[in-house]
Design a protein around this ligand. Structure first.
Ligand SMILES: CC(C)=CCC/C(C)=C/CC/C(C)=C/CSC[C@H](N)C(=O)O
Length: 484
């Protein structure tokens, strides 16, 4: 017979209003129903690392910008919230080694195909198949979550998807994994490195799991949300009927108090500071949806045994996004193209100590107006430059022949990945205190946060109702085979 459910929780707190926190509010509402009060604490703008910058009346993505066609949670959110995908604008990629463009995509598929075949043999096709194979296993998570299964750690979640081979991907570099799979060093240097640099600001010495996510992020069919990706966050918040509390959480402490049945139950007290000064509230369940790392949050946890640190080991990688409205200097790229003929939109870079930038791309507004066309480099347009350090006037002067405006955003964007991966913090910090962002140590992107958010809601539900048979089950892939 079905297990008897106890009363639903009364109050749940989510700390963080980015994609993870707002998706958690949405899934918590699904799991716990209409009566529970859900508060989302966010001191900054809703959306977190999904953010836009307004330039001359148009918004441009300045944070997380691309979504994979098989990112099913993100697709579901967009459908459910009545949003749409941004119109596609054809784009062309080039690779820059600091001196010249070593590769330039042609308009013709067959030309690109033959060029890659000539230079790298079957490496390119094999890479596609390798990543597809990993993606196939990755997709299992959607079935597990559909059936209500949850995981208490990132390692267990990854193991359920892809077994030991997925855990191995955490503990070797992308370069090691690709060499072991027979890819050539030249191909890794020329093609794979530029993709790692644009997507994660790091070389192919990042861990292989996030490395393959990065390669998936170079697939065709990538998409974004019309009007800006952050609209998903505000939409999820609204749809979840959660209350947004614009305040910074400074501490979480565990409180014991007698329950109606005479036993003791844990409560969590949140102390926070908003515009109207300090305040505090009690919650049955708390989801931490912000990275517990230096520079990103500073929450003290008191009364917990074992103690919970404010900051876990490991650091976040700085990526500076500089938007420039201006005209590109073709000679910076060592190119003798006429600017009027240059319509390459993404310029990726190889590893080169002397190079100040990780990538340079021309941006389209978050909403593509009718009749929009990709302007050539001879026209002033919005470029996004990724670098690890802020760019100096002199550096900007080398890249652009003219600048009408410069907007800079320094992100602690994603973890600095250096395998072997130390043990990641658990999803469960205490009985009913959960940590969503630990998943970023496997790979940081919108869909990973959404997967973690669903896992948080399921885990919180199963913990609350003592449904341990839905947590950390082994061999789900075999057990669910044949189920719809
Ligand atoms: C394990 C594999 C091969 C794929 C998992 C599926 C997945 C999560 C794909 C996402 C790919 C993607 C869009 C990556 C973006 S990284 C760029 C940047 N850091 C960002 O978040 O926008």
């Amino acid at each position: 017979s079905a297990p008897k459910l106890k009363e639903q929780p009364k109050k749940i707190a989510v700390i963080g209003g980015g994609i993870g926190g707002t998706a958690a509010a949405y899934f918590l509402r699904q799991e716990f129903g209409p009566s529970v009060k859900i508060d989302v604490f966010e001191a900054g703008p809703v959306g977190g690392r999904l953010a836009t910058e307004n330039i001359r009346g148009h918004d441009y993505e300045i944070g997380g910008s691309i979504i994979h066609p098989l990112n099913l949670h993100m697709k579901h959110f967009v459908d459910r919230l009545g949003l749409s995908t941004r119109a596609e604008v054809p784009s062309k990629v080039a690779i820059f080694d600091g001196k010249e463009l070593t590769f330039e995509e042609s308009d013709w598929f067959i030309v690109n195909f033959l060029r890659m075949l000539w230079r790298y043999g079957l490496n390119s096709i094999r890479m596609h198949m390798w990543v597809e194979g990993i993606l196939d296993k990755f997709m299992r998570i959607y079935q597990y979550q559909q059936f209500g299964y949850s995981f208490s750690s990132v390692e267990r979640l990854l193991h359920a998807m892809g077994g030991d081979s997925f855990l191995m991907l955490l503990n070797q570099t992308l370069e090691e994994a690709m060499l072991a799979n027979g890819f050539s060093q030249v191909f890794i240097n020329d093609i794979v490195t530029p993709i790692s640099r644009v997507n994660y600001g790091q070389s192919v010495r990042l861990s292989a799991f996030v490395g393959t996510v990065s390669l998936a992020g170079a697939n065709s069919g990538l998409w974004a949300v019309d009007g800006g990706n952050k609209r998903v966050c505000s939409g999820l918040l609204y749809n979840s009927k959660a209350e947004l509390i614009q305040a910074r959480v400074v501490s979480v402490s565990v409180k014991m108090r007698p329950s109606r049945s005479g036993t003791v139950a844990n409560f969590y007290e949140l102390n926070y500071v908003g515009d109207s000064g300090p305040a505090h509230s009690l919650y049955d369940i708390v989801i931490v949806a912000t990275p517990l790392h230096q520079g990103l949050s500073d929450i003290s946890f008191s009364g917990f045994s074992p103690p919970i640190p404010s900051h876990f080991p490991g650091r976040y990688h700085q990526t500076v996004a500089t938007l420039v409205l201006g005209r590109l200097n073709m000679s910076y790229l060592g190119s003798n193209h006429k600017p009027a003929d240059f319509v390459v939109s993404e310029i990726l870079t190889t590893d080169n100590e002397a190079l100040a930038i990780n990538s340079l791309g021309s941006l389209h507004p978050v909403h593509i107006p009718q009749g929009y066309r990709q302007p050539p480099a001879s026209e002033s347009k919005v470029w996004k430059v990724f670098s690890q350090e802020p760019l100096s006037e002199e550096q900007l002067g080398e890249i652009f022949v003219s600048r009408e405006g410069v907007w800079e955003k320094r992100w602690l964007a994603y973890p600095s990945y250096s395998p072997p991966q130390r043990r990641m913090p658990p999803f469960t910090l205490h009985d009913r205190l959960f940590y969503l962002n630990t998943i970023e140590w496997a790979a940081s992107c919108m869909e990973m946060s959404a997967i973690s958010a669903r896992n948080m809601a399921l885990l919180a539900h199963h913990r609350w109702h003592d449904q341990t048979d839905k947590i950390d089950q082994e061999d789900l892939h075999t057990r669910l085979r044949g189920e719809l």
